[in-house]
Each structure stands twice: as structure tokens, then as C-alpha cells.
Design a binder for this molecule. Structure first.
Ligand code: PGA
Length: 252
């Protein structure tokens, strides 16, 4: 049985002060929830504040991006060891906003995934098609390419090293999520690929979360499908009580 994971991606929101306020409000709301993994991905500048506040709780911490090198003359970048040292156990890699706005390609995603794993971080690897690709019947091709390229050269993996996130680009921030059927269909296919790449047992153990316009209203139907193992939540996680409601729905 895969444990559900709810990941709150703050994107470029909240100062360190605001992050502190969020956590102090959020913690009491979810303190009795033990059956799902809750992971927060604040901006780099708030990692320390959040890490200190969640230290004795079960809440996990994730970076929103990472560079593959350990150090170097790479202005603006953050290494896997820096994330680990800041209290992160995982990192989001290949989010479509990075792919589209910052020209991150499959090869960069692959290098980041490998570097994260090498530094004991769980790679939360995102894949997703555009509206146009879906309309042209290319969804399967695009996702297969992103998955295979992102995991190229990795011979063995386990569920502590990888979480897959299916995030259709047309669903992100649009208010139009994938239907549970659409999400489940894609997740089932991704899982099949994982089985071919690794083993059926590994494929069964790896969590595939869905992201794109998740709300308190739609989370339960998405999670009711067999292959959706959680959510990567953007806009709806920015308010602590709203995200706590989503987490509670996932726990029920
Ligand atoms: P959204 O974003 O929930 O605001 O659609 C999800 C994401 O991009 O991770």
C-alpha cells in the first residue's frame, strides 16, 4: 500500500516572516494526521525558518529546484548538499514552470534527478503535456519521452528516491484540473513504464502524485482512483487552513 503524499509548492510566495506565520498556523491543524506524508516546498530563503519550526514534526521539507553540481561558479544556483544541509529530504525537479520559463530540458532534469539521489534527496520529478499536445493526441509520447529521459542512466531506484508528479500544463493554475479518469489513465501508463524500466514491485511502490488546480473540492475524487497517490498543490496550499483541509481529505 502506497502512503499518500501531499506536497505544497509555495512557488515564489512568502517571505521568511510570512513562512513562520504559516507554519505556526498550519501545525495545530494537522497535528493529528499521521496517515499521509505532508511535504512543504517553500522558496530557498524560507527553508531555514520552516526547517526549524517543523523539526520535531512529521512534516517534510523540499526544495523547489536544485543544480546538479556540488559547488562552483554558478551564480544563483543551489546544490543538493545545500538543500540537504538546510533540512530538505526532497526536491521538486523539472516543474513545467522551470521547463517553460527557464528553458530546462530533459537532460538537465536527468542530471538533477541523479544529483539529488546521490545526495540522499528524494527527487520529485514532474512531467506533463501542454494543452496543444493533448489536443493532438501526443500526451502519451510526450510523457514517455520526459519519463525515460528524466530517468536515463539510472539502473535501480526505490520509493525513497523517487516520487513522480504528473502535472498537465493546461491544468496548472487554470482552475481546470484533469478529471480523475484522465489523471488515473496517465498514472497507470507511467507506472507501466516504471515497471519496464525497473521492476513491477518497484513500480508498484513508487508514488505518482497529481498536480494542477487541486482544491478542497476535487482532491477526494482524484485520490479515489487507484493510481493517484497524492497531490502536488500550488495555489491551494498558500493558505494554511485551506491546505490543512486538503491534507485532511487525503487522510480520510
Ligand atoms: P496549482 O499548481 O495547484 O496552482 O495549479 C500546481 C503546481 O504547479 O505544482
Amino acid at each position: 500500500m502506497r502512503r499518500r503524499a501531499l506536497i505544497g509548492n509555495w512557488k515564489m510566495h512568502k517571505t521568511a516572516d510570512e513562512a513562520g506565520t504559516y507554519i505556526r498556523e498550519f501545525l495545530p491543524l494537522i497535528q493529528n494526521i499521521a496517515s499521509v506524508d505532508v511535504i512543504l516546498a517553500p522558496p530557498f530563503t524560507s527553508l531555514h525558518v520552516v526547517a526549524a519550526l517543523v523539526k520535531d514534526t512529521s512534516i517534510g521539507l523540499a526544495g523547489q529546484d536544485v543544480h546538479w553540481d556540488s559547488q562552483g561558479a554558478l551564480t544563483g544556483e543551489v546544490s543538493p548538499a545545500m538543500l540537504y544541509d538546510s533540512g530538505c529530504q526532497s526536491v521538486i525537479i523539472g516543474h513545467s514552470e522551470r521547463r517553460q520559463m527557464f528553458h530546462e530540458d530533459d537532460n538537465a532534469v536527468n542530471r538533477k534527478v541523479k544529483a539529488a539521489i546521490a545526495h540522499h534527496l528524494t527527487a520529485i520529478m514532474c512531467v506533463g503535456e501542454t494543452r496543444e499536445e493533448r489536443a493532438n493526441g501526443k500526451t502519451s509520447d510526450v510523457l514517455t519521452r520526459q519519463l525515460l529521459a528524466g530517468l536515463a542512466g539510472i539502473d535501480a531506484i526505490d520509493d525513497t528516491q523517487l516520487v513522480l508528479a504528473y502535472e498537465p500544463i493546461w491544468a496548472i493554475g487554470s482552475g481546470t484540473p484533469a478529471t480523475p479518469t484522465q489523471a488515473n489513465e496517465v498514472h497507470a501508463e507511467l507506472r507501466e513504464h516504471l515497471g519496464t524500466l525497473f521492476t513491477t514491485a518497484i513500480a508498484k511502490s513508487i508514488r505518482i502524485v497529481y498536480g494542477g488546480s487541486i482544491t478542497t473540492e476535487n482532491i477526494q475524487a482524484l485520490l479515489a482512483t487507484p493510481h493517484v497517490d497524492g497531490g502536488l498543490v500550488g495555489g491551494a496550499c498558500l493558505d494554511p487552513s485551506n491546505f490543512a483541509r486538503i491534507v485532511s481529505s487525503a487522510a480520510n
